[in-house]
Design a protein around this ligand. Structure first.
Ligand code: HEC
Length: 132
């Protein structure tokens, strides 16, 4: 009888520690999910779509249609910097100067300083994939 009790105790301890380690694994998985690259599409839909369209037929008239980003922004990092702070990049090249002149009568593009580098790069990649 003593042995059965002892065996039961050992069994319970073993189950408890297994339960614990699987909880730890779950914690790790959640962390990994948070660290994985955010979806450029989701970030675009949440922050940009209110003004920008990816195709001319669906333009809001509020902001340039982003269907030719690849032509104007060959450098992905330059595009990411622009997305983070457009007004600071107003005169980085002839294209941006002309763009601001063209859209000056509309509400200007707000800064998105809260984005991490990973997030703006994800948005830039999304735009490259969907622009001509
Ligand atoms: C309030 C409207 C508004 C929002 C929101 C907005 N933009 Fe803009 N965006 C503009 C305007 C207007 C311009 C033209 C420059 C200017 O006058 O500010 C522009 C310019 C751009 C350009 C340059 C286009 C070209 O032809 O080179 C890119 C790229 C861009 N925006 C991306 C984004 C992204 C990505 C987001 C979301 C993170 C965003 N914008 C959010 C209004 C907006």
């Amino acid at each position: 009888m003593k042995y059965i009790l002892l065996a039961a105790i050992i069994f319970s301890i073993a189950m408890y520690s297994c339960g614990n380690s699987s909880q730890n694994n779950q914690g790790k998985n959640a962390d990994t999910m948070l660290e994985s690259a955010p979806s450029g599409e989701i970030l675009f839909n949440q922050n940009c779509k209110v003004c920008h369209s990816l195709n001319a037929a669906a333009s809001s008239g509020m902001a340039p249609v982003l269907d030719s980003v690849k032509t104007h922004w060959i450098d992905k990092n330059a595009l990411a910097s622009f997305i983070k702070n457009a007004s600071e990049n107003k005169n980085v090249n002839a294209h941006t100067t002309a763009l601001f002149a063209e859209w000056q009568s509309k509400p200007q593009m707000p800064p998105f300083m809260g984005f991490t580098d990973k997030e703006v790069i994800a948005i830039a990649e999304y735009l490259y994939q969907h622009a001509n």
